[in-house]
Design a protein around this ligand. Structure first.
Ligand code: TRP
Length: 341
């Protein structure tokens, strides 16, 4: 085979691969979400058949205010569209709009063991921090497995913190297939490129995260240009004065290089070559982030002005998702011995 044919074969294979990912409507999207995950989601739309889900049912596993959940869900849909998820090129929908997720989750719960769920570190972390530990928090991975398996997913692009959840999804799929015959595609975990690791600006040894409540260390996607510039200007660096990409010994500077690199599609090492002073690096990083966020904020404002249109697009997404999900659910129900209704 010539190189052109190999390229075509690769594209054909890549086109057939289906990508699925989910995101919780927890309010506020930050720069870490954007550069770490969402940029990849947007790119996957070109190369793969992609399905993206706002997991509102997962959000219920911890106590939530009802109105807040509703508005966070709508707002997240608008943010995702503003970032570049295009309802014409991917399937974007809200989990609770596709009832097959809850239905398959029960079959998943009956396929996974108490012991396996007890070993999930995300459960241990969250239950340590919560007064009320719902049964749903414990069975969270079974619902996540249902999300993924419903779409015959090949690839799941999520961060390293989701490794255990993808592993357990694979185990559930294999066990179900073994017990009841070929039913599910066993998915692969794809970890986004490391360059997009975005750390807290004030505590560059930990990831930028909403749950840490580090106001000055986190940049929101909807943050004003002024505030972006202030936060980056105040970002923690070090005292040796050398611009070099080295997360081990120079976390703060490396984080700025990583942010500037991701925002301008350049490697952080290459970015480092262009700067001699921290001040210049900070100015350039702030400019790049403002330039990245401004068009997103403008598109978000347009979408927010017309919520009925967002709902219409989400309905189309849910209809598209259901076509695939209902077939998979039916196959699973039949294979495990439920009598057809
Ligand atoms: N657990 C994921 C998180 O907290 C969210 C999620 C739910 C998800 N279902 C999914 C991610 C399916 C990937 C695939 O980020």
């Amino acid at each position: 085979m010539g190189s052109a044919q190999i390229a075509i074969l690769r594209i054909t294979l890549a086109k057939m691969a289906r990508v699925f990912s989910g995101i919780q409507p927890s309010g506020d999207l930050h720069l870490g979400n954007l550069l770490g995950a969402l940029v990849n989601w947007v790119n996957h739309q070109e190369e793969h058949e992609s399905v993206y889900c706002i997991v509102d049912l997962h959000a219920l596993t911890l106590p939530k205010d009802a109105e807040e959940l509703r508005s966070n869900t709508l707002e997240l849909a608008q943010l995702l569209m503003a970032v570049g998820l295009d309802p014409d090129r991917c399937t974007l929908f809200v989990q609770s709009h596709v009832p097959e997720h809850s239905q398959l989750a029960w079959l998943m719960e009956c396929t996974v063991s108490y012991g396996e769920l007890s070993r999930m570190t995300a459960f241990k972390d969250k239950s340590d921090r919560s007064d009320f530990i719902s049964a749903g928090l414990f069975t969270y991975p079974a619902l996540q497995a249902a999300d993924i398996l419903l779409y015959d997913t090949d690839l799941v692009p999520v961060g390293d913190d989701q490794r255990q959840h993808i592993e357990i999804t694979r185990d559930i799929a294999e066990r179900f297939n073994h017990r009841f015959g070929e039913t599910f595609v066993v998915p692969e975990h794809v970890i986004p490129p490391a360059g997009a690791r975005v750390m807290d600006l004030q505590h560059p040894d930990r990831k930028m995260s909403k749950s840490q409540h580090s106001v000055n260390g986190t940049i929101n996607v909807l943050e004003s240009p002024d505030s972006v510039r202030k936060k980056i200007k105040r970002a923690v660096t070090d005292s040796d004065g050398e611009v070099r990409f080295d997360f081990e010994s120079k976390a703060g500077v490396s984080n700025l290089l990583s942010i500037l690199g991701a925002a301008t599609n350049t490697s952080p090492e290459k970015v480092a070559d262009s700067f001699e002073r921290y001040g210049d690096l900070k100015t350039a990083a702030a400019d790049a982030v403002v330039e990245l966020l401004t068009p997103i904020q403008e598109r978000f404002a347009d979408l927010q002005a017309d919520p009925a249109e967002t709902r219409r697009l989400l309905q189309i997404g849910a209809d598209k998702a259901r076509e695939v999900a209902s077939r998979t659910l039916m196959r699973a129900q039949q294979n495990c011995g439920l009598l057809e209704g």
